[in-house]
Design a protein around this ligand. Structure first.
Ligand code: BGC
Length: 396
């Protein structure tokens, strides 16, 4: 019976992980909640089984069997940066649902992209007795005071999606493989333009993310590392000359800022030339570039990359105005983080799969990296609609 149950959980989890593209993570809440609860009642997994094991099967099964909160009214503080961008609303909602389903009290706060607001929200979470904090920072290095408070109060902190910088008070980090997001974008450009065989030259421009967000450099470098050899040999030409992260960063990832910068570059460099590619690190900046192109560009429509599969951008992919995006299933990340919260509170080994990449200038933070997935107009139905991420109506 136990075996059957475990293998049922295992196959559900694997199917969901395949769909969601996250290496060894749990299925979306709706799929796992019931079996996890049942399994917990049936058998409390021994500690060795909960630890990351060489055997992937044990690794998959144990955390699912262990999802329920330990007894005793525990509260988790979840601090999100802003409601302005779609993904953080999804992240917050998923976290709240998964944590509540697992039996936790949840204090979910959004900080309107204002660092001071986030700082005082996190301080309130600490003084109001949260047992674990999950924080997606507006600016990675601005929460030092609150993190010190958390450390003094022995409250574990999980950095959510964005690394918390310059502090030793960060216990774990859960995110997507940020460098890989960039390589997926760069490789798409390389393959679509057939850079290894076509003579070129092709014109390319870059738009990257917020310099205060540690992820932004990883995205940019991932893409740039794939494309740099072709820039060096002159097959890809950056007419604006803007080739460093600092040259092309977009504060706050703001669509309007990306748009005005793109408008400037279009009118300065592309009144009589085509742009072949506009490499955008994410969807909010891609939207700005798409708006700028619609407003004042007359040449051939470029390849445009993005990330997040936001609704507006997915509509643009379907309409041929954005070539691709990178799907990061926020349900998968939420499941992973809830699993980590429970492992921390049960004093079990916490699931991580990277202990080298994410140094925050003080410590290297043990991390769990979920897999980002390539998305375009050909596979969005399977990725986004069949998996229940969006309804068909939302994309009309
Ligand atoms: C996230 C991206 C998002 C960006 C802007 C980054 O930290 O990883 O998914 O597009 O912030 O919100």
């Amino acid at each position: 019976m136990k075996k059957k149950l475990l293998s049922a959980i295992l196959s559900m989890t694997m199917v969901a992980a395949l769909l969601a593209g996250c290496g060894s993570s749990a299925a979306p809440a709706a799929d796992t909640a019931a079996p996890a609860a049942e399994a917990a009642a049936e058998e409390a997994a021994p500690a060795e089984e909960a630890a990351p094991a060489a055997d992937a099967a044990a690794d998959e099964a144990a955390p699912a069997a262990d999802a329920a909160a330990p007894a005793g009214g525990l509260k988790v503080g979840v601090s999100m940066p802003t409601k302005d961008l779609q993904r953080w609303n999804q992240d917050g909602a998923n976290m709240e649902k998964e944590l509540t389903d697992a039996g936790y009290e949840v204090d979910l706060q959004y900080a309107s992209n204002d660092v001071q607001t986030q700082l005082s929200q996190v301080e309130n979470m600490i003084s109001s007795g949260c047992n674990v904090l999950v924080i997606a920072a507006i600016e990675g290095s601005s929460l030092g005071e609150a993190l010190d408070m958390a450390k003094d109060a022995a409250i574990p902190v999980i950095a959510y999606d964005r690394l918390l910088m310059d502090s030793d008070a960060v216990s774990y980090y859960a995110t997507f493989d940020n460098y890989k997001v960039g390589t997926v974008q760069g490789t798409y450009v390389k393959d679509t333009l057939k850079l290894d065989t076509e003579p070129g030259p092709f014109n390319i421009e870059f738009t990257a993310g917020d310099p205060g967000d540690n992820n932004a450099g990883f995205f940019f470098n991932g893409a740039y590392d794939v494309l740099k050899p072709y820039i060096d040999e002159g097959k890809l030409v950056v007419q604006s000359g803007k080739t460093t992260f600092n040259d092309v960063a977009t504060p706050s990832w703001a669509t309007e800022t990306a748009q005005s910068e793109a408008e400037n570059r279009i009118s300065s460099f592309y009144t009589d030339k085509d742009i072949d590619v506009w490499l955008c690190s994410n969807d909010s900046t891609a939207l700005g570039v798409e708006n700028a192109l619609a407003a004042n560009y007359k040449g051939k429509y470029p390849i445009i990359t993005g990330q997040d599969c936001d609704i507006e951008n997915t509509k643009n992919m379907i309409a041929g105005k954005q070539s691709m995006s990178v799907f990061k299933d926020t349900r998968t990340l939420a499941s992973q983080v809830v699993k980590m919260v429970t492992q921390i509170l049960k004093d079990e080994t916490v699931d991580v799969n990277d202990t080298e990449t994410y140094n925050n200038n003080v410590i290297t933070v043990p991390s769990f990296l979920c897999e980002p997935v390539f998305a375009d107009a050909n596979n969005y139905k399977e990725l986004l609609i069949d998996s229940g991420y969006y309804t068909e109506d939302q994309l009309k």
